[in-house]
Design a binder for this molecule. Structure first.
Ligand code: CP
Length: 310
């Protein structure tokens, strides 16, 4: 069992068979994670380096746990406190880590395209853990996997992605993944946070959040990425919450139950209220739980490809 790719750089490069194979493998690993001993020795000959040039809580811990659950050796690198501050380049940093006999690199970087650049310069398999505003492939896989777990086959299911679509790598990877799996996607939020040509990716645009919620089976609510906005794109967070935040009264006014998702980190009271994030409709912590099984599956399947190419 191998994927069609040597690296997991983006969902764009995966085919439907790859995604289904990742899901089936994650099903098996999810069973392992329910046992009292949540480990398999499958990758005990592999060393993985997690190199994070940007902050992370969920993705970083989830990858580290996934690697350890597979029996791999793990090293962690953060740009802060490293020799990057002394001027070392990305390629030099990674080649020095690889010189210590590392087989696989999981990388988060603020520059869109950084993992593709690295893939052209080093030999190890690379997994993109989020690059700038471009892709966050394992987040999209765990999101789609979580919907599949709740609703079954994604074909024809209606997913609304709400919020800062413009600056969200989660939105782009989700759109690619959901489209490949046959789901219908609508994006919603302020016009200034939705790219002008987004419809060319095969999604609907609905600026009215209430209408977007009425249409969907699942709402994936995203954070406003203030750190990536270099000029004001809406008036105030209070006004954003008023017009685009998902609150309990909106959910109560819908004619049926919908599933609420959020990739985290949540800004409570801005894009989502606590009475929605913590409600019975929310699968936010289920997404986090599934992230470990999905990342175990990705690492396991890529390690097979690596062995074949040796
Ligand atoms: N969802 C996500 O990528 O969260 P972190 O930034 O905490 O990794």
């Amino acid at each position: 069992m191998v994927l069609s790719v040597k690296h997991l750089l983006g969902i764009k490069e995966l085919n439907v068979k790859d995604i289904e194979q990742i899901f089936q493998t994650a099903d098996n690993f999810k069973q392992v994670l329910q046992r009292s001993i949540k480990k398999v020795p499958t990758l005990r000959d592999i060393t993985v380096a997690n190199i994070f040039f940007e902050n992370s809580t969920r993705t970083r811990l989830s990858f580290e746990l996934a690697e350890k659950r597979l029996g791999a050796d793990v090293v962690n690198f953060s740009a802060s406190g490293s020799s990057v501050s002394k001027g070392e380049t990305l390629i030099d940093t990674v080649n020095n880590i690889l010189a210590m006999k590392v087989d696989m690199v999981v990388m988060r970087h603020s520059a869109s395209g950084a993992p593709w650049f690295l893939a052209n310069h080093i030999n190890a398999s690379i997994i993109n853990a989020g690059d700038g505003i471009n892709e966050h492939p394992t987040q999209a896989l765990l999101d789609a996997y979580s919907i599949r777990e709740k609703l079954g086959d994604l074909k024809g299911k209606r997913i609304t992605i709400i919020g800062d679509i413009m600056h969200s790598r989660v939105a782009l990877s989700n759109i690619y993944c959901l489209n490949k799996l046959g789901a219908e996607v609508t994006v919603s939020g302020p016009p200034t946070l939705i790219p002008k040509h987004i419809a060319s990716l095969g999604v609907r645009v609905e600026y009215n959040v209430k209408k977007a919620l009425e249409w969907c089976d699942v709402a994936n609510v995203l954070r406003i990425q203030l750190e990536r906005q270099h000029k004001p794109l809406f008036s105030t967070l209070r006004e954003y919450a008023l017009y685009y935040g998902v609150n309990r009264s909106m959910l109560d006014s819908l004619k049926r139950d919908i599933i609420i998702m959020h990739p985290g980190p949540i800004n409570r009271g801005v894009e989502i209220n606590s009475d929605v994030a913590d409600s019975k409709h929310s699968i936010i912590l289920g997404q986090v739980e599934n992230g470990v099984a999905i990342r175990m599956a990705v690492i396991y399947l890529l390690s097979g490809k690596r062995e074949m190419e040796q």
